[in-house]
Design a protein around this ligand. Structure first.
Ligand code: CFN
Ligand code: HCA
Length: 538
């Protein structure tokens, strides 16, 4: 027995034993005991989900339209396909938006779709798509229209790109399409890649207007869930750092077209947008590194690293002042909350970066993360970036063409790579080796693409004080007497990023883990005595 339940190896066996042998082998590679955090074992990430297993993953369309491009608020987004995909992706992610200037438009409350019917499947849907673009243009006069192909469109072979090109010529606005059919790739991760390529090809670099600010950066991989981007912006503004574009939270089309004017790209969610960071470096010379504004330590480290990059004493000092002032506010909140959260346990199963980033907030509260896993991240997100060269098969690359990007001679800023080289020589690290498993405690469980069966077993064996997860299992978890914090949408809460966000998170988790209401959850099977929820002493 471990401190909080059975040891991880026993728990792993217990979860696997119900499966047929082939599934045991497949799932076994995706479920590891983190025996050597400093040199993590190879994990079977980014592989196809076993049919029949209830997964929390989404599809390529979700990753492209729902995650990366959908949040750009003044593009008119049209889903080409039967109505279901447009309907179910209508405002279901909490990437919140507000209009920031007079005359701006926000189309995100709408869900546009070509509403494909059987006769379009039989005779083709291209005419329908052209008509939908025309209608949308006549009604709304947007600056840009973006089209997303869903599964049937790929199967019948509609050429959405030609339709977009023709309509772009006809209407004189930017119109582009994404072949992000849901079945491409093994998860939403493929959709991120398709989206990155399209945004880079059709938007980045269109507007060379100069930006008047001393320190100009973009935040890549920050989607303003629950207002996170606004908290990050607030803190950076206090430091005197200007964000040109936040890709893609609360961001406008124009900001994206102009964001290659930045001095530096910092990457929050590496999984969804690393392709963009690399392409912008190649074409314009803009260096990038990872940051993490989730948790106090991550926020402080990220601010200091940005200041260090620019290297001005004035900025370095200012960042320290901001950190000191913000910490003075959040420290008493944390000190109080720790008296109730210390020693409690959590398990996190989320997406492609949060299951890692949020461990910092639980660490702040002195809580133990006993098990964690991503839904669709790749090996480098688990094991650290330096494993990349050894990865032979990256499932994404089976379906998605890499864009061939070369330096744009007229706009490539050679001073930036030179500065990067000089900084590296002085010990500054652009490419770090972080990964979830290196941060997690020895002998904790790491479970990729967790199934509902495994989740139930985990709860039976460990009964964590809280689980961070998503809508697909929230109520299963809560019916078993464990509170579930949705780490995708934050339920109705947030922001959780930065300093004020951290304080919000501590308070929410304190409330959830201190209330006695979960002990009253008695499912019918409880009377039979198998579920552990009410067996834990109050
Ligand atoms: S906001 Fe991001 S942080 S973009 Fe990604 S990998 Fe999803 S939508 Mo849900 S919450 Fe989640 Fe991450 Fe990056 Fe969000 S952990 S699954 S595709 N994600
Ligand atoms: C997606 C979006 C999602 C779903 C959230 C959840 C989000 O994967 O298509 O499963 O709770 O964050 O909205 O990840």
């Amino acid at each position: 027995m471990g401190r909080y339940g059975p040891d991880a190896a026993t728990a792993r066996e217990e979860m696997l034993k119900v499966y047929p042998r082939k599934t045991q082998r497949k799932r076994g590679k995706q479920m590891l005991v983190n025996e050597n955090p400093a040199t993590p074992a190879e994990i079977g990430a980014n592989s196809r989900t076993v049919p029949g297993i209830i997964t929390q993953r989404g599809c390529s369309y979700a990753g492209c339209k729902g995650v990366v491009i959908g949040p750009i608020y003044d593009i008119l987004h049209i889903t080409h396909g039967p109505i279901g995909c447009g309907w179910y992706s209508w405002l279901s992610r909490r990437n919140i938006t507000k209009i920031r200037a007079d005359g701006e438009v926000n189309f995100l409350q709408y869900s546009m779709s070509t509403d494909m019917q059987e006769d379009h499947i039989v005779f083709g849907g291209e005419k329908q798509l052209a008509a939908a673009i025309q209608e949308a243009y006549d009604e709304f006069h947007p600056k840009a229209i973006s089209v997303y192909a869903t599964c049937p469109v790929g199967l019948i072979g509609d050429d959405i790109h030609t339709v977009c090109r023709q309509m772009k010529e006809k209407l004189g606005i930017n119109i582009f399409g994404f072949s992000c059919e849901g079945y491409k790739g093994v998860s939403q991760s493929a959709g991120h890649h398709i989206a990155n390529n399209g945004v880079f090809k059709h938007m980045i670099g269109l507007d060379d207007s100069p930006v008047e600010a001393k320190y100009k950066i973009n935040i890549l991989g920050e989607y303003n869930i629950g207002g996170d981007a606004w908290e990050i912006d607030r803190v950076l503004k206090l430091c005197g750092i200007h964000i040109i574009g936040t890709l893609s939270g609360g961001v406008s089309y124009d900001e994206i077209c102009n964001c290659h004017m930045a001095d530096l790209n910092v990457v929050m969610c590496h999984r969804s947008i690393n392709y963009m960071a690399e392409m912008m470096e190649e074409k314009f010379g803009i260096p990038w590194f990872k940051v993490n504004f989730i948790g106090l330590e991550g926020t402080k480290k990220s601010l200091r690293k940005i200041a260090q990059y620019f290297g001005d004493k004035e900025l370095i000092d200012r960042v320290e002042e901001v950190i000191a002032a913000e910490m003075a506010e959040v420290r008493p909140v944390l000190d109080d909350i720790r008296t109730r959260t210390t020693g409690k346990t959590a398990a996190l199963f989320v997406g492609g970066s949060r299951a890692h980033h949020y461990q910092d907030l639980f660490n702040d509260m002195d809580m133990q993360v006993i098990a964690a896993g991503y839904e669709f991240a790749h090996r480098d997100d688990y094991e650290g970036r330096d494993v990349l060269p050894h990865i032979k098969i990256d499932a994404d690359s089976r379906n998605i063409e890499e864009l061939v990007v070369t330096a744009d001679e007229t706009r490539f800023d050679a001073a930036k790579p030179e500065k990067k080289k000089a900084l590296e020589e002085s010990g500054f690290t652009f490419s770090d080796y972080e990964g979830m498993m290196r941060q997690m405690a020895k002998d904790t469980l790491v479970i990729d693409d967790i199934s509902h069966h495994e989740m139930e077993k985990l709860i039976e064996m460990y009964h964590p004080d809280v689980i961070g997860s998503g809508i697909k299992d929230k109520y299963v978890i809560e019916k078993m007497g464990v509170p579930c914090k949705q780490l995708h949408s934050y339920d109705y809460g947030g922001p959780y990023a930065g300093f004020k966000g951290a304080a919000n998170f501590y308070k929410d988790i304190d409330r959830m883990t201190s209330t006695k209401v979960w002990k009253l959850a008695r499912a019918p099977w409880h009377e039979g005595g198998s579920a552990p929820a009410a067996e834990k002493e109050p």
